[in-house]
Design a protein around this ligand. Structure first.
Ligand SMILES: [Zn+2]
Length: 128
C-alpha cells in the first residue's frame, strides 16, 4: 500500500466500497476507480435489477465529479448524479450546482448513504 501519489507513474485512485457488519468493515464489490490529476470527469456504472427507484430493470447510471483532487492522503470530490444518460450528467456538470462533497482517505471509512439500499463505506485501497 502506497500513500505517496507519484504523478509520473500513477494515473488512477482506487477506492474500495465496504459494508459494515457489527464492528467489522467487509470489502464489497464495485471499487470506484477515478482518474488522478483530473478535476472534472464522468463515469458509467452498471446497475443490477431492483437497485434503482426509477427503473427496476438492469441499466446504466451516469455520474460525474468536479473539484476532484488528491492532497495529503485524502481524495475529495463533488459528486453529481446518478442520471440515466451521458447528456444529462454532462448538463449537470456544466451547471453551477455544487454537487455532494465526498472524500476518502487511507484510514477512515466515509459513509455513503444509499437510502433504502443501505450504506457503503469508502476507503482508499491504492493508487496505480
Ligand atoms: Zn437508475
Amino acid at each position: 500500500m502506497r500513500e505517496e501519489y507519484n504523478p509520473e507513474v500513477d494515473s488512477e485512485i482506487v477506492i474500495g466500497r465496504f459494508i459494515k457488519q457489527g464492528d467489522e468493515y467487509i470489502r464489497a464489490e464495485g471499487d470506484l476507480v477515478y482518474p488522478l490529476g483530473e478535476d472534472t470527469f464522468t463515469w458509467c456504472r452498471h446497475v443490477e435489477k431492483d437497485s434503482c427507484r426509477k427503473n427496476p430493470e438492469e441499466h446504466e447510471h451516469y455520474n460525474g465529479a468536479k473539484n476532484a483532487r488528491y492532497m495529503d492522503g485524502k481524495y475529495e470530490w463533488s459528486e453529481m448524479g446518478p442520471e440515466h444518460s451521458q447528456e444529462e450528467i454532462d448538463e449537470r456538470l456544466n451547471s453551477d450546482e455544487p454537487g455532494v462533497t465526498k472524500w476518502a482517505n487511507w484510514t477512515e471509512y466515509f459513509p455513503e448513504d444509499h437510502g433504502d439500499f443501505g450504506t457503503y463505506y469508502l476507503q482508499i485501497v491504492k493508487v496505480q
